[in-house]
Ligand binder design. Structure first.
Ligand code: SAM
Length: 318
């Protein structure tokens, strides 16, 4: 059965969600720094949580929850203390990924790196350190307020080899064969046209270039009632493809040596299973999540165990 959502509606929902998150961190000169609203602390960004710390409702940084206070716990989960040192709060707290693509990117000094869906810029700033002054990092994002936040963060850090550009990863504003490495953290699942994303990634990479991504995938399929939810799209779940289908799309674009280097899934017990279900059906409150699950006929564990965050590496032939 096809989805009731159109590509335009999905993109609009994604843009609205991430624009709202970005605005919590953008500092307007007139009003001063705007702090994120107090609320339940997120234990997971974009999916399975390794540790649901307490009994507060689970929220997803990647998702649409109004209650997202900050994502600092997410940054601490995916990045080392050394990586996070020196980064302003508006970088680390706005981290919305589901992994750390730099861990597999093997960046070298002088390389040109493109980050698809760069958000507040965390991976760009870390990559910029690795490629050094002779290298360059381009952050691409389709949400104007995210670009604003990332540029503000670059100014705070005083970094000059990172350039944030507005644009869509399905139609990248970059020339052919112009990039050594593409990274991306929890973004490609948000695209309604993943074939176009991988086709474009292949086009802009130079021969011999590589793709290093962290993203959400599922095992099998998700129930249509979840796939149809715009908040679950923005929450990095509804657009997540079956892992095999996802990898086949990378290969179909021309990439070779496509390898999954890690796969993380939520560990749930009775105390946390409903929190995790709420992450999967992002935006749903407790009762709504229960009603949705009843419609799917799945147990909380069955549903949550289908979702994983993977790190994938792939190469454009030399
Ligand atoms: C889950 S956030 C991840 C941000 C960042 N990678 C991080 O780890 O913090 C997704 C980001 O991707 C951007 N995005 C979503 N779809 C996009 C598209 N089709 N083209 C470009 N950017 C997109 C959103 O605006 C948002 O900033």
């Amino acid at each position: 059965m096809g989805s009731i959502q159109t590509d335009e509606r999905i993109k609009e929902a994604v843009r609205e969600t991430y624009g709202g998150i970005a605005r919590r961190f953008v500092e307007e000169p007139a009003s001063g720094p705007e702090k994120a609203a107090e609320g339940p602390a997120p234990a997971s960004c974009c999916g399975p949580s390794e540790a649901v710390a307490d009994e507060r409702p689970q929220t997803s940084c990647c998702g649409p929850s109004e209650a997202v206070a900050d994502c600092s716990s997410v940054a601490a989960r995916f990045y080392s203390a050394e990586e996070l040192t020196d980064l302003p709060d508006s970088v680390a707290d706005a981290s919305l990924g589901c992994g750390n693509p730099l861990a597999i990117a093997e960046l070298q000094p002088g390389e040109v790196v493109l980050d698809l869906g760069s958000g507040g810029g965390i991976d760009c700033f870390l990559a910029a350190k690795k490629v050094g002054p002779k290298g360059k990092v381009i952050g691409l994002d389709m949400t104007p307020d995210m670009i604003k936040l990332a540029r503000q963060n670059a100014k705070k850090i005083g970094i000059s080899n990172v350039d944030f550009r507005y644009g869509e990863m399905e139609d990248m504003p970059l020339p052919d064969d112009s990039v050594d490495v593409i990274i991306s953290n929890c973004v490609i699942n948000l695209s309604p046209d993943k074939d176009a994303v991988f086709r474009e990634a292949y086009r802009v990479l130079r021969p011999g270039g590589r793709l290093s991504i962290s993203d959400m995938v599922v095992d099998g399929d998700l129930p249509q009632v979840i796939r149809d939810r715009l908040d679950a799209w923005a929450g990095c779940i509804a657009g997540a493809l079956d892992e095999t289908v996802y990898l086949d799309k990378i290969r179909a674009a021309g990439f070779e040596r496509v390898d999954v280097l890690s796969r993380d899934q939520a560990e749930i017990d009775e105390a946390t299973e409903w929190d995790e279900v709420q992450v999967v059906v992002a935006g749903a409150d407790g009762q709504e999540a229960k009603d949705l699950l009843t419609q799917t006929g799945l147990s909380p564990r069955d549903l949550v165990s289908r979702v994983a965050s993977i790190k994938v590496k792939a190469h454009k032939p030399a």
